[in-house]
Write a protein that binds this ligand. Structure first.
Ligand code: SF4
Length: 420
């Protein structure tokens, strides 16, 4: 349920006024997958490929719409600066590659894309071919994230992945040969029936490849997914959380030993290669999301687009046909592609800053918090911090508050203390 947005709210705290001049991140959602993996609950669909051309048209329209919206009211319109772009999904690599160029061209025309912007594209190994890599590179992609998930063929089959371990290695080599020097590999652990030895083998082989960045996610059984049903029906063994914790500790040990910095709960990077785009989320800084179901955070509001690709296309086209410039987020909700708009008050923003910032290895800065909110961390959260320190879940390192190694395993225990 959205809060009511009054005209005065949007005048005083409008995204265009608040974000002006501050570089933001741009997330571009691609809701297509060749087949759906049985564990996935993302906003993505198989079998809707005929929508692709209309979808790309709508995406380009939405980008133009935001480009104008974020400069309105300025005497000399200056385009909104963008520091990072992230094509996520779904499977962005599944799009015919010329579309990536078209969408990035639209973003360059609508916004001011920094010359050193980090521009990431998520991919599935089977799509990472020499031809596509060359086209992505020519379009401006400079970071490729490959959904490897495992280097064990049996587990890849269980996960319903379309690739085997050899295809994953080949994708990585193809990207290297094409000249990409900023690669991420996504891995999953805590899988049904996965042994510590299998995980060690995937980890060792991945570290041997030496990508700049590795994301390692513990499998979550999402309600309503086929994998969740198989586990409930006893067709697939239930994942063991204690074993998953051992896998996490092994990852910390082996990745740390190989020179990776554990800079976020689920992310490891070579020095200087942390994902700049995701850092913007974890630092609770502004970003714009385009495409169905994409979320944004700007000017004191969180807002999200309609999830259905068909409805999204329809509503973007309605706006384009009107030829009218939206004056507020409420306009974009009432007839535009937005579904929800929520005003974020200061206590909520503080809590979110804690929950996201504590995911980072360095934690939350006392000085940064004071500067942003005009109140100190101890002043605002004294009792919570004391209790969590006593439980051994939080610690101070100089003037940064961060999770302890035990706190990283029990993150949710910590985060709930900061919910308003
Ligand atoms: S490829 Fe990725 S986004 Fe698509 S269904 Fe599988 S896990 Fe989900």
């Amino acid at each position: 349920m959205c809060k009511t947005i009054h005209a005065t709210d949007t005048q005083e705290r409008s995204p265009e006024a608040k974000a002006r001049g501050t570089p933001i991140a741009l997330y571009i959602h691609i809701p297509f997958c060749e087949t759906r993996c049985p564990y996935c609950d993302f906003n993505t669909y198989e079998g809707i490929e005929p929508l692709m051309p209309a979808y790309i048209d709508a995406l380009v329209q939405e980008i133009r719409l935001w480009g104008s919206f974020l400069t309105q009211g300025q005497d000399t319109p200056l385009p909104q600066p963008i520091s990072t772009v992230f094509f996520g999904g779904g499977t962005p690599s599944y799009l015919p590659p010329e579309n990536i160029q078209r969408v990035l061209d639209a973003a360059r025309a609508a916004f001011s894309l920094a010359p050193d912007a980090e521009v990431t594209l998520e991919s599935n190994p089977g799509d990472v071919t020499t031809t596509r890599l060359e086209m992505w590179k020519a379009a401006g992609i400079n970071r490729v994230s490959i959904g490897v998930q495992s280097l064990d063929d049996g587990l890849l089959q269980l996960l319903g992945r379309r690739h085997d371990s050899q295809a994953a290695r080949q994708a990585y080599q193809n990207a290297r040969h094409a000249g990409f020097d900023n690669l991420n590999l996504d891995l999953m652990y805590g899988l049904p029936g996965q042994s510590l030895a299998q995980w060690r083998s995937t980890l060792t082989d991945t570290l041997h490849l030496a990508p700049e960045h590795i994301s390692m996610y513990c499998l979550t059984l999402e309600e309503g997914t086929p994998l969740d049903a198989w586990v409930r029906q006893g067709k697939v063994p239930e994942p063991d959380p204690d074993l998953a914790a051992d896998m996490y500790l092994l990852a910390e040990d082996l990745a740390g030993g190989a020179g990776y910095e554990h800079y976020e709960i689920s992310n490891w990077a070579m020095p200087g290669r942390a994902c700049r785009h995701n850092l913007i989320y974890w630092r609770n800084q502004p970003y714009l999301g385009v495409g169905p179901g994409a979320h944004s955070y700007m000017g004191g509001y969180r807002f999200a687009n309609l999830k259905s690709p068909r409805q999204y296309i329809q509503r973007v086209n309605q706006w384009a046909d009107k030829g009218a410039m939206p004056l507020s987020l409420a306009d974009l909700r009432d007839g535009g592609p937005l579904d929800t708009v929520d005003a974020i008050d200061a206590p909520t923003e503080m809590g979110e800053t804690m929950i996201m910032g504590l995911r980072l290895g360095q934690g939350v800065s006392e000085a940064g918090f004071q500067e942003r909110f005009g109140v100190g961390l101890r002043e605002r959260y004294g009792p919570q911090i004391d209790e969590l320190e006593q439980l051994g879940l939080l610690e101070w390192r100089q003037s940064w508050l961060r999770l302890t190694p035990r706190g990283r395993l029990l993150g949710n225990e910590v985060f709930q203390r900061f919910l308003v």
